[in-house]
Ligand binder design. Structure first.
Ligand code: SF4
Length: 255
């Protein structure tokens, strides 16, 4: 890297070298638009297991007993294992694990925060008013969960009373998400809400400061925006959210 902006090919090589030498997590610098588009086009793209967010490699996480935790590497097996997960305290209060909605072959992956009451009841992420708003936002850039978007959350179980996720819960649940991203291999990730954006960018900053850029998660372009539930409470963020969706569409289209 010769300037503040990383060259995608050099980044990919650096990540391969780090992996070969067994180094741990690495958060990438923010990419500019042309670099993100280059990544989206597959030039210099690191493989899904090469770059790691701040929470570390999912294959090196520990289970409740302190041993290694390696989520299954095949999609159906991963889903089945996650549906009976008891890795954190949230297992006790949930009705069911909320794993995903949409197609695992989707080009875009939306990563939210955690299930709410409706999601806990139905087993699907982003239902209710926030879910309808998300669908409208996605439709504004010609995307839909029916055929072009895969949707999941950082946490797969509902925190009691819809409280904020706790750091140990995020740490316990992150391996599921990291493996989901590896297996779905989206062309672009959209992180919605603060917890998802901070986890996937590896930056502990307010969402308002994070949005508007294209990041890289393990070589995959990543855009962040407000959570639809927050948007319902603050309509003033609508213009920014629409702008973020346009950014996502531009990366996806490679233009
Ligand atoms: S929130 Fe995640 S780690 Fe915790 S029990 Fe549910 S699936 Fe397991």
């Amino acid at each position: 890297m010769t300037s503040g902006r990383p060259d995608p090919a050099l980044v990919a090589r650096l990540l391969r070298q780090r992996r070969e030498f067994g180094h741990g997590p690495l958060t990438l610098e923010t990419l500019d638009r042309s670099q993100a588009l280059s990544l989206a086009a597959g030039r210099g793209r690191a493989s899904a297991s090469e770059a790691l967010p701040t929470t570390g490699d999912s294959t090196r996480e520990s289970d409740d007993a302190g041993g290694p935790f390696a989520p299954p590497g095949e999609y159906d097996a991963l889903r089945e294992a996650a549906l009976v997960c008891t890795r954190c305290r949230l297992a006790k209060g949930r009705t069911q694990v909320v794993f995903s909605d949409g197609s695992p072959d989707a080009r875009v992956m939306v990563v939210g925060e955690a299930p709410g009451a409706n999601e806990d009841r139905t087993g699907l992420p982003f239902v209710g008013r926030a879910g309808k708003l998300l669908d409208l936002l996605l439709a504004s850039v010609s995307l839909s969960r029916r055929d072009s978007v895969y949707i999941c959350n950082v946490l797969k179980c509902r925190p009691p009373g819809n409280r904020d996720p706790r750091s140990d819960e995020i740490e316990a649940c992150s391996p599921w998400l990291h493996r989901q991203i590896e297996l779905v291999e989206p062309e672009v990730i959209l992180a919605v809400g603060t917890f998802s954006a901070q986890l996937l960018t590896g930056r502990n900053m307010a969402l308002g400061k994070l949005r508007g850029e294209v990041y890289s998660y393990r070589g995959t372009p990543l855009v962040v925006t407000y959570h639809p539930a927050a948007l319902l409470r603050n309509a003033g963020w609508t213009r920014s959210t629409w702008s973020d969706l346009q950014l996502l569409r531009g990366v996806l289209d490679g233009s």
